[in-house]
Design a protein around this ligand. Structure first.
Ligand SMILES: *Cc1c(COP(=O)(O)O)cnc(C)c1O
Length: 419
């Protein structure tokens, strides 16, 4: 596979952009080789600057559940272009989008739109602290909630991929406001509440982890989180930036039947444009300015193009609930083809092959995966035109555009792996 042009672009980009990329995992540092500069996407496939084509299992890291250039989304964006790209004033479609979110996710009694998942979790934490008058936050090792200072403690995603335990640039005083506990351990959370109960403002969790690879909650885990938060007066924040409208239309909270106090959304709700949301209990959200005294704002928040794309996406998904069983089934077929010596974790259309044989339930059990073997597998697949996340610690996504031919091609590529 010729990658000369991507290589030349990387060298040019690296002079001006750190690592040549605008988000670290794109640089292929943990798998080596040349990161591919993409040019075009259509359905489940995308092609790079050298003209190589790939079946895409990243889907822009989650948003493209209906594939690239999905017609209703493209049409919605084109229609809005006729009327303007941004006003800095409220528009009717923002209400419509929030109404769709509220109808799908009943815990979202009130919602604020922002531009990225990072902003959503940062803002949700601020309002949780403002509401409770408390300082501490509990998060879980290997979970990633965007690059919010206080949440970059033992974080997943690129931090896990690059082996950065705690980022430079976050003052110790801020890092100390976060307690990082093992995922799926009820006893660790109980102990934290016993020690610090009156100071814990919120527990933030990926209800299905995607950012240390796919790690589902153990049975009863979310029920225990819910009960402990309620008992100690802390807010439970479901970070559904990845799982929202992905693991089911109503997100992980619908799948597991849990009502968090606050939730964050992103990725799928923007249809591939930058938008995210946080929201939840009305009494908590009424703390947000201009109603309350927790300040949060955004020049481009509720951007008309992003809102229109997200609205088209959510309306299509609502009208086509069979999408979820279809993509879950396609993912299951791919997972059934996994090589020997691999632990497969899957929830719906999200999955990870962990190169190792033990169960993977938390960061301790995820991080022992054989990243050398993963790397060989990743390049084996890439050479055969299958684009998986370039990290052992990221989830792959199947979308509605992955047709039988694409799934069969993927399975054949997996089966030819000898490593
Ligand atoms: C992607 C992600 C974020 C961050 O969203 P950005 O839009 O990249 O800032 C936060 N939380 C989770 C669970 C995510 O998967």
């Amino acid at each position: 596979m010729n990658t000369d042009r991507s290589q030349a672009l990387l060298e040019r980009a690296s002079k001006l952009i750190p690592g040549g990329v605008n988000s670290p995992v794109r640089a292929f540092r943990s798998v080596g080789g040349t990161p591919r500069f993409m040019e075009r996407g259509q359905g489940c496939r995308m092609s790079d600057a050298d003209g190589n084509s790939y079946i895409d299992y990243i889907g822009s890291w989650g948003p493209l559940i209906l594939g690239h250039r999905f017609p209703p989304v493209m049409e919605a964006i084109a229609a809005v272009l006729e009327s303007g790209t941004s006003f800095g004033a409220p528009t009717e479609r923002e209400i419509e989008l929030v109404e769709e979110i509220r109808a799908a996710v009943p815990s979202m009694e009130m919602v604020r739109l922002v531009n990225s998942g990072t902003e959503a979790t940062m803002s949700a934490l601020r309002v949780a602290r403002g509401f409770t008058g408390r300082t501490l936050t509990v998060k879980f090792e290997g979970c990633y909630h965007g690059h919010v200072d206080s949440l970059l403690v033992k974080a997943g995603s690129g931090m896990a991929t690059l082996g950065i335990a705690d980022t430079a640039g976050v003052p110790e005083a801020i890092a100390k406001t976060t307690l990082a506990l093992p995922y799926n351990s009820v006893s660790a959370l109980e102990a934290a509440f016993e020690a610090h109960g009156g100071d814990i403002a919120a527990v933030i969790v990926e209800p299905v982890v995607g950012n240390m690879g796919c790690v589902p909650p153990l049975p009863g885990y979310h029920e225990a989180l819910r009960a402990l938060c309620t008992r100690y007066g802390a807010l439970l924040i479901f970070d559904e930036v990845m799982t929202g409208f992905r693991v089911s239309f109503g997100g992980a909270q619908e799948l597991y039947g849990i009502k968090p106090d606050l939730s964050t959304f992103g990725k799928v709700i923007g249809g591939g444009l930058p938008i995210a949301a946080y929201g939840g209990r009305a009494d908590v959200m009424n703390k947000v300015a201009p109603v309350g005294n927790v300040y949060q704002a955004g020049t481009l928040s509720g951007n008309p193009l992003a809102v229109a794309a997200g609205l088209a996406m959510l309306r299509y998904l609502k009208a086509h609930p069979a999408v979820y069983s279809q993509i879950g089934h396609a993912a299951a077929r791919i997972c059934a083809a996994a090589p020997q010596g691999v632990t497969v974790n899957r929830v719906g259309s999200m999955f990870t092959f962990f190169f190792g044989t033990g169960p993977v339930t938390d960061w301790e059990s995820a991080k022992i995966a054989d990243t050398g073997r993963f790397k060989a597998f990743f390049h084996h697949m890439l050479d055969r035109g299958v684009y998986l996340p370039p990290s052992q610690f990221e989830a792959a996504f199947v979308g509605a555009a992955h047709d039988d031919a694409a799934v069969e091609e993927t399975i054949a590529a997996i089966k030819s792996f000898q490593g």
